[in-house]
Design a protein around this ligand. Structure first.
Ligand code: KIV
Length: 268
């Protein structure tokens, strides 16, 4: 059965969420997770760009469609890319509707708290389910080295609490909290009734999300401190490619079992 917002909001277990950009990975994740996010991190992870600002609507639709085709039970959220919702709420609604129609996803996600509350309210009033995203906002950062923990000072912590409440009041069904210290993540989680999904925001959140390639050891560069790597796929892929290269060079691949032997006989 396909997960619904009601299921996510009433889960007694922590919500398990991961990103996916392709059908094969979405299909594996679908078996184990409550929610799949087609994150705009796709622009960095798959396309090698230096910022999520490089994602655009066609990119999100292409990957969103691949994921929704493969996800039969998980709730699918597609990120609204940089530039697609900040200018005004009418444009935001048109773009959100376009992304939902073209991908068949269950919701969109957009970054920003109080500053985006009016847009979130407008989308939800027009039947677009919205997931919020507060704390570190990757679309506002053009260099990865500026990815920093948020809410360490009293003023910024207060603002994050205001952001969380504004997002909830605007009608978001859930909110991602990124790169926030545990006490603040716990206080926000206790203060709002929609599920908080943490990424670098401690165990105090109602659920967790990671970029799949980071937790699988399949991304370029060193992952952030909050990532636990459950596999080292880069190493096993590297070993497989090395073996293949050796076998091609020594003509041990293709072997007999990989070769078509029969030649079709000509009829007179
Ligand atoms: O784009 C993304 O992958 C995200 C996650 C980091 C939550 O927004």
């Amino acid at each position: 059965m396909k997960k619904t917002i009601h299921d996510l909001q009433n889960s007694e277990m922590p919500l398990v969420c991961l990103t996916a950009y392709t059908a094969p990975l979405a299909s594996l994740i679908d078996t184990h997770c409550d929610l799949i996010l087609v994150g705009d991190s796709v622009s960095m992870v798959l396309y090698g760009e230096d910022s999520t600002q490089k994602a655009d609507i066609p990119m999100m639709i292409r990957h969103g469609r691949a994921v929704t085709k493969a996800a039969h039970t998980a709730f699918v959220v597609v990120d609204m890319p940089y530039g697609s919702y900040e200018t005004d709420k009418i444009t935001a609604l048109q773009n959100a509707q376009h992304i939902m129609d073209e991908t068949g996803c269950d919701s969109v996600k957009l970054e920003g708290g109080q500053a985006q509350a009016e847009t979130i309210a407008y989308l939800t009033q027009n039947d677009i389910p919205v997931m919020g995203h507060i704390g570190l906002l990757p679309q506002s950062v053009s260099d990865v080295k500026d990815y920093k923990v948020q809410g360490r000072e009293l003023d910024s912590a207060k603002q994050l609490m205001t952001d969380a409440k504004a997002v909830e009041e605007a009608g978001a069904f859930s909110v991602v909290i990124e790169a926030v210290p545990e006490p603040l993540a716990a206080a926000i989680t206790a203060s709002i009734s929609i599920p908080t999904i943490g990424i670098g925001a401690s165990n105090a959140c109602d659920g967790q999300i990671l970029v799949s390639e980071d937790m699988l050891g399949l991304s370029l560069g060193r992952p952030p401190k909050f990532v636990k790597q459950y596999a080292q796929l880069n190493d096993s892929i590297n070993d497989s490619i090395e073996t293949y290269a050796n076998e091609v060079r020594t003509r041990s691949f293709p072997a007999i079992e990989n070769t078509y032997k029969e030649t079709k006989k000509k009829t007179a």
